[in-house]
Design a protein around this ligand. Sequence first.
Ligand code: HAM
Length: 453
Amino acid sequence: MNRLIHRPKVKNMKFQAPKGTRDFYPEDMAARNWIMEIWRRVSLRNGFEEYDGPIFELLDLYKAKSGEGIVSELFHFEDRGGRELAIRPEMTPTLARMIAARANSLSRPIKWFSLPRLCRAERPQRGRLREFFQWNIDVVGIDDVVSDAECILVAIDFFREVGLTPDDVVMKVNSRSLLSSLLAAQGFEKQRHEEIFAVLDKRDKLSWEAFVETVEKVSRDGEEKTTLLSIGQAAGPEGLAGLTEMAKENAAAEAELDRLRQLLALLTSMGVGEYCRFDMGVVRGLAYYTGVVFEAFGKGEFQRAICGGGRYGRLLEAVGGPPMSGIGFGTSDVVILTLLAELNRLPAEATKARRVDLFLIDADPSLFDEVLALAARLRRIGLAAEFSYRRQALGKQLKQASACSASRAVIVGSEYTQRQAVSVKDLASGEQVEIGVDRFLANPHGWPWSDSD
Ligand code: HAM
Protein backbone atom coordinates (compact mmCIF):
# COMPACT_ATOMS: atom_id res chain seq x y z
CA MET A 1 0.00 0.00 0.00
CA ASN A 2 1.20 3.51 -0.75
CA ARG A 3 2.51 4.78 2.60
CA LEU A 4 1.16 8.27 1.87
CA ILE A 5 -2.46 7.17 1.82
CA HIS A 6 -2.54 4.95 4.90
CA ARG A 7 -5.36 5.63 7.31
CA PRO A 8 -4.40 7.05 10.72
CA LYS A 9 -5.00 4.48 13.47
CA VAL A 10 -6.49 6.89 15.98
CA LYS A 11 -10.17 7.59 15.46
CA ASN A 12 -11.40 11.21 15.36
CA MET A 13 -7.90 12.63 15.67
CA LYS A 14 -7.62 16.39 16.25
CA PHE A 15 -5.34 18.22 13.85
CA GLN A 16 -3.58 21.54 14.27
CA ALA A 17 -1.91 23.70 11.65
CA PRO A 18 1.77 22.66 11.38
CA LYS A 19 4.29 24.48 13.59
CA GLY A 20 5.08 28.00 12.38
CA THR A 21 2.18 28.21 9.91
CA ARG A 22 -1.02 30.22 10.11
CA ASP A 23 -4.69 29.62 9.39
CA PHE A 24 -6.16 32.68 7.78
CA TYR A 25 -9.63 33.16 9.29
CA PRO A 26 -11.52 36.00 7.58
CA GLU A 27 -10.10 38.81 9.73
CA ASP A 28 -6.55 37.44 9.25
CA MET A 29 -7.21 37.14 5.55
CA ALA A 30 -8.39 40.75 5.54
CA ALA A 31 -5.11 41.88 7.12
CA ARG A 32 -3.11 39.82 4.60
CA ASN A 33 -5.03 41.33 1.69
CA TRP A 34 -4.72 44.80 3.18
CA ILE A 35 -0.93 44.61 3.26
CA MET A 36 -0.68 42.89 -0.13
CA GLU A 37 -2.78 45.63 -1.72
CA ILE A 38 -0.50 48.30 -0.25
CA TRP A 39 2.58 46.43 -1.55
CA ARG A 40 1.04 46.22 -5.02
CA ARG A 41 0.02 49.88 -5.01
CA VAL A 42 3.46 51.07 -3.83
CA SER A 43 5.24 48.82 -6.37
CA LEU A 44 3.13 50.01 -9.29
CA ARG A 45 3.45 53.70 -8.47
CA ASN A 46 7.23 53.28 -8.29
CA GLY A 47 7.26 51.73 -11.77
CA PHE A 48 7.64 47.99 -10.97
CA GLU A 49 5.99 45.11 -12.86
CA GLU A 50 4.66 42.00 -11.11
CA TYR A 51 6.04 38.48 -11.74
CA ASP A 52 5.90 35.10 -10.02
CA GLY A 53 7.58 31.71 -10.29
CA PRO A 54 7.07 28.15 -9.06
CA ILE A 55 6.71 27.50 -5.33
CA PHE A 56 9.44 24.87 -5.50
CA GLU A 57 12.76 24.84 -7.34
CA LEU A 58 15.68 22.46 -7.77
CA LEU A 59 17.47 22.25 -4.43
CA ASP A 60 20.78 23.09 -6.10
CA LEU A 61 19.55 26.57 -7.00
CA TYR A 62 19.63 27.48 -3.30
CA LYS A 63 22.59 25.32 -2.33
CA ALA A 64 24.81 27.14 -4.73
CA LYS A 65 23.44 30.67 -4.43
CA SER A 66 21.83 31.54 -1.11
CA GLY A 67 24.47 30.52 1.41
CA GLU A 68 24.55 28.49 4.61
CA GLY A 69 21.90 30.35 6.62
CA ILE A 70 19.04 29.76 4.23
CA VAL A 71 20.15 26.28 3.09
CA SER A 72 20.05 25.00 6.67
CA GLU A 73 16.39 26.12 6.84
CA LEU A 74 15.12 24.53 3.63
CA PHE A 75 12.05 22.34 3.41
CA HIS A 76 13.25 19.88 0.78
CA PHE A 77 12.01 16.66 -0.74
CA GLU A 78 12.59 14.25 -3.55
CA ASP A 79 10.09 13.85 -6.38
CA ARG A 80 9.19 10.47 -7.87
CA GLY A 81 11.91 10.88 -10.47
CA GLY A 82 14.53 11.24 -7.74
CA ARG A 83 15.02 14.98 -8.31
CA GLU A 84 15.91 16.96 -5.20
CA LEU A 85 13.57 19.92 -4.80
CA ALA A 86 13.04 22.64 -2.20
CA ILE A 87 10.07 24.84 -1.35
CA ARG A 88 11.19 28.39 -2.08
CA PRO A 89 12.69 30.07 1.01
CA GLU A 90 13.33 33.32 -0.89
CA MET A 91 12.61 34.73 -4.33
CA THR A 92 15.95 36.13 -5.51
CA PRO A 93 17.37 32.89 -7.02
CA THR A 94 14.09 32.36 -8.96
CA LEU A 95 14.18 35.97 -10.16
CA ALA A 96 17.80 35.54 -11.29
CA ARG A 97 16.96 32.28 -13.08
CA MET A 98 13.96 33.83 -14.85
CA ILE A 99 15.82 36.96 -15.94
CA ALA A 100 18.88 34.95 -17.03
CA ALA A 101 16.61 32.89 -19.33
CA ARG A 102 15.37 36.00 -21.18
CA ALA A 103 18.19 38.42 -20.53
CA ASN A 104 18.53 39.46 -24.16
CA SER A 105 14.89 40.25 -24.78
CA LEU A 106 14.10 42.19 -21.60
CA SER A 107 14.56 45.94 -21.78
CA ARG A 108 16.67 47.34 -19.00
CA PRO A 109 16.53 48.37 -16.25
CA ILE A 110 14.26 45.47 -15.31
CA LYS A 111 12.09 46.69 -12.43
CA TRP A 112 10.07 43.76 -11.09
CA PHE A 113 8.15 43.00 -7.92
CA SER A 114 6.65 39.84 -6.47
CA LEU A 115 4.56 38.74 -3.48
CA PRO A 116 5.56 35.08 -3.01
CA ARG A 117 4.52 32.71 -0.25
CA LEU A 118 7.79 31.36 1.22
CA CYS A 119 8.79 28.63 3.68
CA ARG A 120 11.80 28.47 5.96
CA ALA A 121 12.20 25.81 8.64
CA GLU A 122 13.16 28.45 11.22
CA ARG A 123 12.44 28.36 14.90
CA PRO A 124 9.15 30.30 15.07
CA GLN A 125 9.37 33.45 17.17
CA ARG A 126 8.01 36.99 17.30
CA GLY A 127 7.98 38.25 13.70
CA ARG A 128 9.41 35.00 12.27
CA LEU A 129 7.36 32.02 11.08
CA ARG A 130 7.90 28.99 8.88
CA GLU A 131 5.52 30.22 6.21
CA PHE A 132 5.11 33.86 5.24
CA PHE A 133 4.48 36.26 2.38
CA GLN A 134 7.42 38.35 1.29
CA TRP A 135 7.30 41.50 -0.81
CA ASN A 136 10.25 41.58 -3.21
CA ILE A 137 11.42 44.64 -5.12
CA ASP A 138 14.33 44.30 -7.56
CA VAL A 139 16.06 46.43 -10.18
CA VAL A 140 18.21 44.30 -12.49
CA GLY A 141 20.48 45.10 -15.45
CA ILE A 142 22.03 48.26 -14.13
CA ASP A 143 24.75 49.00 -11.61
CA ASP A 144 24.02 52.61 -10.88
CA VAL A 145 23.92 54.25 -7.47
CA VAL A 146 20.56 55.80 -8.46
CA SER A 147 19.04 52.30 -8.59
CA ASP A 148 20.47 51.59 -5.10
CA ALA A 149 18.74 54.75 -3.90
CA GLU A 150 15.50 53.97 -5.70
CA CYS A 151 15.21 50.56 -4.04
CA ILE A 152 15.62 52.06 -0.58
CA LEU A 153 13.17 54.82 -1.51
CA VAL A 154 10.51 52.21 -2.39
CA ALA A 155 10.92 50.49 0.99
CA ILE A 156 10.52 53.82 2.77
CA ASP A 157 7.60 54.82 0.54
CA PHE A 158 5.89 51.71 1.93
CA PHE A 159 6.86 52.52 5.55
CA ARG A 160 5.27 55.93 5.13
CA GLU A 161 2.16 54.43 3.57
CA VAL A 162 1.55 52.30 6.69
CA GLY A 163 2.42 55.18 9.04
CA LEU A 164 5.93 54.07 10.11
CA THR A 165 8.01 57.18 10.81
CA PRO A 166 11.76 57.67 11.43
CA ASP A 167 10.88 57.38 15.13
CA ASP A 168 9.65 53.83 14.52
CA VAL A 169 12.17 52.42 12.05
CA VAL A 170 15.75 52.97 10.91
CA MET A 171 17.19 51.88 7.56
CA LYS A 172 20.81 50.90 8.15
CA VAL A 173 22.91 51.16 5.03
CA ASN A 174 26.34 49.68 4.38
CA SER A 175 28.43 48.32 1.51
CA ARG A 176 30.10 44.93 1.32
CA SER A 177 32.44 46.19 -1.40
CA LEU A 178 33.48 49.06 0.88
CA LEU A 179 34.08 46.62 3.71
CA SER A 180 36.06 44.34 1.39
CA SER A 181 38.26 47.15 0.14
CA LEU A 182 38.89 48.40 3.69
CA LEU A 183 39.81 44.90 4.82
CA ALA A 184 42.14 44.49 1.83
CA ALA A 185 43.73 47.88 2.58
CA GLN A 186 44.35 46.71 6.15
CA GLY A 187 46.04 43.52 4.95
CA PHE A 188 43.21 40.98 5.42
CA GLU A 189 43.49 38.44 2.58
CA LYS A 190 40.49 38.09 0.27
CA GLN A 191 39.78 34.48 1.24
CA ARG A 192 39.18 35.60 4.86
CA HIS A 193 36.59 38.28 3.99
CA GLU A 194 33.52 36.06 3.93
CA GLU A 195 34.23 34.73 7.39
CA ILE A 196 34.81 38.28 8.68
CA PHE A 197 31.52 39.46 7.07
CA ALA A 198 29.64 36.81 9.02
CA VAL A 199 31.31 37.92 12.26
CA LEU A 200 30.72 41.65 11.76
CA ASP A 201 27.06 40.96 10.86
CA LYS A 202 26.63 39.58 14.40
CA ARG A 203 27.48 42.89 16.09
CA ASP A 204 23.92 43.71 17.09
CA LYS A 205 22.78 40.11 17.46
CA LEU A 206 25.23 39.23 20.27
CA SER A 207 26.13 40.82 23.58
CA TRP A 208 29.20 43.07 23.31
CA GLU A 209 31.38 40.51 25.16
CA ALA A 210 30.27 37.66 22.90
CA PHE A 211 30.85 39.83 19.83
CA VAL A 212 34.40 40.72 20.94
CA GLU A 213 35.08 37.04 21.56
CA THR A 214 33.90 36.16 18.04
CA VAL A 215 36.06 38.91 16.55
CA GLU A 216 39.00 37.54 18.52
CA LYS A 217 38.50 34.11 16.94
CA VAL A 218 38.96 35.45 13.40
CA SER A 219 41.86 37.75 14.33
CA ARG A 220 45.44 36.57 14.08
CA ASP A 221 46.71 39.11 16.61
CA GLY A 222 45.69 42.00 18.83
CA GLU A 223 46.24 44.52 16.05
CA GLU A 224 43.82 42.73 13.72
CA LYS A 225 41.28 42.53 16.53
CA THR A 226 41.51 46.29 17.16
CA THR A 227 41.14 47.02 13.44
CA LEU A 228 38.11 44.74 13.07
CA LEU A 229 36.45 46.18 16.16
CA SER A 230 36.94 49.74 14.96
CA ILE A 231 35.65 48.91 11.45
CA GLY A 232 32.73 46.91 12.89
CA GLN A 233 31.63 49.71 15.19
CA ALA A 234 31.66 52.45 12.57
CA ALA A 235 28.24 54.05 12.20
CA GLY A 236 26.67 57.41 11.40
CA PRO A 237 28.53 60.46 10.04
CA GLU A 238 31.34 60.07 12.63
CA GLY A 239 31.83 56.44 11.66
CA LEU A 240 32.02 57.44 8.01
CA ALA A 241 34.60 60.11 8.86
CA GLY A 242 36.72 57.52 10.73
CA LEU A 243 36.66 55.17 7.75
CA THR A 244 37.65 58.04 5.46
CA GLU A 245 40.86 58.29 7.48
CA MET A 246 41.37 54.54 7.22
CA ALA A 247 40.77 54.54 3.43
CA LYS A 248 43.19 57.38 2.74
CA GLU A 249 45.50 56.70 -0.19
CA ASN A 250 43.74 53.48 -1.07
CA ALA A 251 42.01 54.19 -4.40
CA ALA A 252 39.59 51.23 -4.23
CA ALA A 253 38.42 52.00 -0.69
CA GLU A 254 38.12 55.73 -1.49
CA ALA A 255 36.00 54.97 -4.56
CA GLU A 256 33.69 52.72 -2.49
CA LEU A 257 33.36 55.38 0.19
CA ASP A 258 32.51 57.92 -2.51
CA ARG A 259 29.74 55.71 -3.83
CA LEU A 260 28.29 55.23 -0.36
CA ARG A 261 28.38 58.99 0.26
CA GLN A 262 26.63 59.54 -3.08
CA LEU A 263 23.96 57.06 -2.10
CA LEU A 264 23.33 58.80 1.23
CA ALA A 265 23.18 62.16 -0.56
CA LEU A 266 20.65 60.80 -3.09
CA LEU A 267 18.49 59.45 -0.27
CA THR A 268 18.51 62.92 1.28
CA SER A 269 17.53 64.47 -2.07
CA MET A 270 14.67 61.96 -2.31
CA GLY A 271 13.42 63.15 1.07
CA VAL A 272 14.05 59.90 2.96
CA GLY A 273 17.43 60.76 4.53
CA GLU A 274 15.96 60.95 8.02
CA TYR A 275 15.14 57.23 7.88
CA CYS A 276 18.64 56.20 6.79
CA ARG A 277 21.92 55.78 8.62
CA PHE A 278 25.26 54.35 7.60
CA ASP A 279 26.10 51.33 9.79
CA MET A 280 28.95 48.80 9.38
CA GLY A 281 27.02 46.40 11.62
CA VAL A 282 24.76 45.44 8.70
CA VAL A 283 26.55 43.00 6.41
CA ARG A 284 23.59 40.60 5.83
CA GLY A 285 23.61 36.83 5.85
CA LEU A 286 23.01 35.96 2.20
CA ALA A 287 26.04 34.85 0.23
CA TYR A 288 25.23 36.57 -3.06
CA TYR A 289 25.46 40.22 -1.95
CA THR A 290 28.45 42.05 -3.37
CA GLY A 291 27.83 45.79 -2.96
CA VAL A 292 25.41 47.99 -1.04
CA VAL A 293 23.51 46.14 1.69
CA PHE A 294 20.70 47.55 3.82
CA GLU A 295 18.39 46.43 6.55
CA ALA A 296 15.56 48.20 8.37
CA PHE A 297 14.99 47.66 12.07
CA GLY A 298 12.23 48.55 14.49
CA LYS A 299 13.40 51.17 17.00
CA GLY A 300 11.16 50.55 20.00
CA GLU A 301 10.17 47.24 21.58
CA PHE A 302 10.46 45.43 18.28
CA GLN A 303 14.14 45.74 17.37
CA ARG A 304 14.23 42.96 14.80
CA ALA A 305 15.13 43.23 11.12
CA ILE A 306 11.93 44.08 9.26
CA CYS A 307 13.26 44.50 5.73
CA GLY A 308 16.56 43.59 4.11
CA GLY A 309 18.30 43.67 0.78
CA GLY A 310 21.35 44.50 -1.22
CA ARG A 311 23.20 44.46 -4.51
CA TYR A 312 24.06 41.16 -6.12
CA GLY A 313 26.66 41.71 -8.83
CA ARG A 314 27.29 38.13 -9.95
CA LEU A 315 24.11 36.16 -9.24
CA LEU A 316 22.82 36.26 -12.84
CA GLU A 317 26.06 34.79 -14.14
CA ALA A 318 26.02 32.17 -11.42
CA VAL A 319 22.69 30.85 -12.74
CA GLY A 320 23.94 30.73 -16.33
CA GLY A 321 22.99 34.24 -17.46
CA PRO A 322 25.08 37.09 -18.84
CA PRO A 323 26.94 39.37 -16.43
CA MET A 324 24.21 41.58 -15.01
CA SER A 325 24.00 43.32 -11.68
CA GLY A 326 20.86 43.71 -9.61
CA ILE A 327 19.66 45.18 -6.34
CA GLY A 328 16.57 44.48 -4.31
CA PHE A 329 15.00 43.80 -0.94
CA GLY A 330 12.38 41.71 0.81
CA THR A 331 10.05 42.31 3.74
CA SER A 332 7.24 40.15 5.07
CA ASP A 333 3.62 40.34 6.17
CA VAL A 334 4.59 38.70 9.48
CA VAL A 335 7.12 41.32 10.61
CA ILE A 336 5.16 44.32 9.36
CA LEU A 337 1.84 43.21 10.85
CA THR A 338 3.56 42.32 14.15
CA LEU A 339 5.27 45.70 14.29
CA LEU A 340 2.10 47.63 13.41
CA ALA A 341 0.05 45.67 15.96
CA GLU A 342 2.64 46.33 18.68
CA LEU A 343 2.64 50.04 17.86
CA ASN A 344 -1.17 50.01 17.82
CA ARG A 345 -1.10 51.33 14.25
CA LEU A 346 -3.13 48.67 12.50
CA PRO A 347 -6.18 50.55 11.17
CA ALA A 348 -9.62 49.00 11.80
CA GLU A 349 -10.14 48.60 8.05
CA ALA A 350 -7.12 46.25 7.94
CA THR A 351 -8.98 43.49 9.74
CA LYS A 352 -12.43 44.21 8.35
CA ALA A 353 -13.32 41.02 6.52
CA ARG A 354 -16.74 42.02 5.27
CA ARG A 355 -17.96 45.06 3.41
CA VAL A 356 -21.67 45.86 3.60
CA ASP A 357 -22.82 49.10 1.96
CA LEU A 358 -26.56 48.62 2.35
CA PHE A 359 -28.72 46.29 4.42
CA LEU A 360 -32.18 45.69 2.96
CA ILE A 361 -35.07 45.23 5.31
CA ASP A 362 -38.68 44.23 4.71
CA ALA A 363 -41.16 46.04 6.93
CA ASP A 364 -43.63 43.29 6.11
CA PRO A 365 -42.75 39.67 5.15
CA SER A 366 -45.01 39.96 2.08
CA LEU A 367 -42.41 42.44 0.69
CA PHE A 368 -39.45 40.04 0.98
CA ASP A 369 -39.54 39.30 -2.77
CA GLU A 370 -39.12 43.04 -3.41
CA VAL A 371 -36.15 43.06 -1.01
CA LEU A 372 -34.54 40.21 -2.94
CA ALA A 373 -35.17 41.89 -6.31
CA LEU A 374 -33.74 45.20 -5.05
CA ALA A 375 -30.69 43.51 -3.48
CA ALA A 376 -29.93 41.72 -6.75
CA ARG A 377 -30.19 45.00 -8.72
CA LEU A 378 -27.94 46.82 -6.26
CA ARG A 379 -25.34 44.03 -6.38
CA ARG A 380 -25.39 44.21 -10.18
CA ILE A 381 -24.43 47.87 -10.02
CA GLY A 382 -21.55 47.07 -7.67
CA LEU A 383 -22.94 47.67 -4.19
CA ALA A 384 -22.51 45.20 -1.34
CA ALA A 385 -26.21 44.75 -0.49
CA GLU A 386 -27.18 42.33 2.32
CA PHE A 387 -30.46 41.12 3.78
CA SER A 388 -31.61 38.76 6.51
CA TYR A 389 -32.36 35.13 5.64
CA ARG A 390 -34.95 35.00 8.40
CA ARG A 391 -38.22 36.88 8.31
CA GLN A 392 -38.27 38.80 11.53
CA ALA A 393 -39.39 42.07 13.08
CA LEU A 394 -38.02 45.32 11.61
CA GLY A 395 -36.12 46.12 14.84
CA LYS A 396 -34.29 42.80 14.73
CA GLN A 397 -33.35 43.33 11.09
CA LEU A 398 -32.03 46.78 11.97
CA LYS A 399 -29.90 45.22 14.71
CA GLN A 400 -28.53 42.77 12.21
CA ALA A 401 -27.70 45.66 9.86
CA SER A 402 -25.70 47.40 12.61
CA ALA A 403 -24.00 44.16 13.62
CA CYS A 404 -22.55 43.70 10.15
CA SER A 405 -21.36 47.35 10.06
CA ALA A 406 -23.58 48.36 7.16
CA SER A 407 -23.54 52.13 6.67
CA ARG A 408 -27.24 52.35 5.71
CA ALA A 409 -30.42 50.31 5.88
CA VAL A 410 -32.98 50.39 3.07
CA ILE A 411 -36.47 49.69 4.37
CA VAL A 412 -39.03 48.31 1.94
CA GLY A 413 -42.45 49.04 3.48
CA SER A 414 -45.90 50.36 2.65
CA GLU A 415 -44.40 53.37 0.77
CA TYR A 416 -43.09 50.83 -1.71
CA THR A 417 -46.55 49.45 -2.58
CA GLN A 418 -48.15 52.89 -2.42
CA ARG A 419 -45.65 55.00 -4.39
CA GLN A 420 -42.64 52.85 -5.41
CA ALA A 421 -40.45 54.44 -2.73
CA VAL A 422 -38.09 53.12 0.00
CA SER A 423 -36.85 54.60 3.27
CA VAL A 424 -33.08 54.86 3.61
CA LYS A 425 -31.78 55.05 7.19
CA ASP A 426 -28.28 56.21 8.08
CA LEU A 427 -27.24 53.76 10.78
CA ALA A 428 -24.72 56.07 12.44
CA SER A 429 -26.99 59.12 12.84
CA GLY A 430 -30.39 57.38 12.81
CA GLU A 431 -31.61 59.90 10.22
CA GLN A 432 -34.09 58.51 7.68
CA VAL A 433 -35.24 59.79 4.25
CA GLU A 434 -37.78 58.51 1.77
CA ILE A 435 -36.79 58.29 -1.89
CA GLY A 436 -38.34 56.89 -5.09
CA VAL A 437 -36.81 53.52 -6.07
CA ASP A 438 -35.77 54.72 -9.54
CA ARG A 439 -34.04 57.81 -8.15
CA PHE A 440 -32.34 55.70 -5.51
CA LEU A 441 -31.08 53.15 -8.06
CA ALA A 442 -29.85 55.92 -10.36
CA ASN A 443 -27.70 57.33 -7.55
CA PRO A 444 -27.49 54.94 -4.58
CA HIS A 445 -24.58 56.92 -3.03
CA GLY A 446 -26.43 60.26 -3.17
CA TRP A 447 -27.49 60.38 0.51
CA PRO A 448 -29.45 62.40 1.59
CA TRP A 449 -30.66 63.13 -1.98
CA SER A 450 -31.60 66.74 -2.48
CA ASP A 451 -34.47 67.68 -4.83
CA SER A 452 -31.98 68.50 -7.59
CA ASP A 453 -30.65 64.90 -7.66
P1 HAM B 1 16.17 38.07 4.02
O1 HAM B 1 16.93 39.02 4.88
O2 HAM B 1 16.41 36.62 4.19
O3 HAM B 1 16.42 38.50 2.50
O4 HAM B 1 14.63 38.35 4.23
C1 HAM B 1 14.10 39.63 4.01
C2 HAM B 1 12.94 39.88 4.94
O5 HAM B 1 12.00 38.81 4.87
C3 HAM B 1 13.31 39.94 6.42
O6 HAM B 1 13.80 41.22 6.77
C4 HAM B 1 11.95 39.67 7.06
O7 HAM B 1 11.13 40.84 6.95
C5 HAM B 1 11.35 38.65 6.10
N1 HAM B 1 11.57 37.28 6.62
C6 HAM B 1 12.65 36.49 6.44
N2 HAM B 1 12.49 35.30 7.07
C7 HAM B 1 11.26 35.35 7.65
C8 HAM B 1 10.49 34.44 8.46
N3 HAM B 1 10.94 33.23 8.77
N4 HAM B 1 9.27 34.83 8.89
C9 HAM B 1 8.80 36.06 8.57
N5 HAM B 1 9.46 36.95 7.82
C10 HAM B 1 10.68 36.61 7.37
C11 HAM B 1 15.92 37.85 1.43
O8 HAM B 1 15.04 37.00 1.48
C12 HAM B 1 16.42 38.39 0.11
N6 HAM B 1 16.09 37.40 -0.93
C13 HAM B 1 15.80 39.73 -0.17
C14 HAM B 1 16.25 40.31 -1.48
C15 HAM B 1 15.48 40.57 -2.55
N7 HAM B 1 17.49 40.65 -1.77
C16 HAM B 1 17.51 41.11 -3.01
N8 HAM B 1 16.28 41.06 -3.50
